[in-house]
Design a binder for this molecule. Structure first.
Ligand code: PLP
Length: 403
């Protein structure tokens, strides 16, 4: 067997994420005891909520460790509907709980797409959409915003979607992430409804990845899609535990709310490959979402957003986007391209800028290349205040040194 045949052609093409490559550079700095300011990782920190921990501990103590319903615990599926305020529109037969939102998305791709079907993503797709789609033998295409009034913020309009669907008759779905990782932008209710309307007319699924939906700033509420019977045939909402609570990414719980027939197909599929997520963490998730939501994490993140904004004021060669939601600051760094570092290297793309920041001052970011948007960096501010203050001062200095 040829060495190249030992791994399937599709998986062999996957690149490790740049975040991992940056980790090596971080390791080198740490070994030399040089400072590191980590804005790279998209994960909430802080102490795990005592109620979530107690529910997990109790689940083990009471030995809730046997297989459960492959669709997820019935009481958790019911609680998901309350958490998303969807109880009046859907029943438990519309909910499936999975091993993180990643598996929710993989279930959708696998259950909706035939080989070579096209899936449309919005303009700065989160890093794993493409590998998950390709692993499902689907063909991913990014919709670029040309006709959108918000195109400068990489938001796609109904006209943009129609234009793409005209030339891609085999498109099976359109996937939007709002609030968006990496751009932090939020589609308004009108924008979402207009996109859904196109999908309903074209009989294309509309997938709304709303994993960051609770982390809305300045008192804004999450813009919910308007529901009716037709919309419910085509709308699939993806959410989960990973972002809206402190330290819960590793619980690996996500869920999908969607049409009954598709949900049934996904449960069938999931029953064959994970049998559903771990029972104790489903119980922990239930404890988290069935009580009133604690907004203290949002208040803290908003203060950190404001701190970063102040400390990054006047950052040389960088344009910083507004952050209405999530915990990401999105930086347009095209102003750095073509500039020379003090050692004479010319920065050509966002990977170069990310590498320059890590190696010269220990500021770790995620390069836009991972999100198919060269020209940008994503900075997570779910990080200690002193790192924000020191990290921004350090970035100021080295970006100011570019000629
Ligand atoms: N969707 C988005 C936009 C994400 O940012 C992530 C994780 O970073 C996921 C889905 C996957 O979430 P999970 O960790 O629950 O699998």
């Amino acid at each position: 067997m040829n060495v190249n045949e030992r791994i399937s052609a599709k998986v062999a093409k996957f690149r490790p994420s740049l975040t991992l490559a940056l980790k090596t550079l971080v390791g080198e700095r740490e070994a030399k005891k040089l400072p590191v300011y980590d804005f790279g990782v998209g994960e909430t920190k802080g102490a795990l909520d005592a109620g979530i921990r107690a529910a997990g501990e109790q689940a083990f103590r009471e030995e809730h460790t046997m297989y459960s319903d492959p669709a997820g615990l019935p009481e958790l599926r019911g609680a998901v509907l309350d958490w998303l305020n969807l109880r009046d529109h859907y029943g438990p037969e519309n909910v499936i709980v999975s091993t993180g939102a990643k598996q929710s998305l993989f279930n959708i791709f696998l259950s909706v797409c035939n080989p070579a079907d096209c899936v449309l993503f919005d303009a700065a797709p989160w890093v794993s959409y493409q590998p998950l789609a390709v692993a499902s033998y689907a063909f991913p295409v990014m919709v670029l915003p040309l006709a959108s009034p918000s195109r400068d913020l990489l938001k796609v309009s109904a006209d943009d979607l129609n234009r793409n669907l005209d030339v891609r008759p085999h498109a099976k779905m359109f996937l939007v992430n709002s609030p968006c990782n990496p751009t932090a932008q939020v589609y308004s209710g009108e924008e979402i409804d207009a996109l859904i309307q196109v999908c309903v007319e074209r009989k294309v699924y509309f997938v709304l990845d709303r994993l960051y939906w609770r982390i809305m700033f300045d008192g804004d509420a999450y813009p919910e899609p308007t529901l009716n019977d037709e919309v419910k045939q085509w709308l699939i909402q993806v959410d989960g535990m990973s972002k809206n609570f402190r330290r819960t990414g590793g619980l690996r719980i996500g869920w999908t709310v969607g049409p009954t027939d598709l949900t049934k197909a996904m449960v069938n599929l999931q029953s064959h490959y994970t049998s559903g997520p771990a029972t104790p963490t489903q119980r922990a998730a239930l404890a988290a979402i069935e009580r009133p939501y604690d907004v203290s994490m949002i208040t803290e993140l908003q203060a950190k957003r404001d701190l970063l904004r102040r400390e990054a004021e006047g950052m040389p060669h960088v344009r910083i986007w507004p952050t209405p939601a999530s915990f990401y600051s999105f930086w347009d760094v095209t102003g750095c391209f073509g500039r020379k570092t003090p050692d004479g290297t010319v920065l050509k793309n966002s990977d170069d800028v990310a590498e320059y920041l890590v190696t010269t001052c220990g500021v770790v970011t995620a390069s836009g290349s991972g999100f198919m948007q060269n020209g940008y960096l994503r900075l997570s501010f779910a990080t200690p205040e002193e790192d924000i203050t020191r990290g921004m001062a350090a970035a100021h200095k080295v970006l100011g040194a570019l000629a």
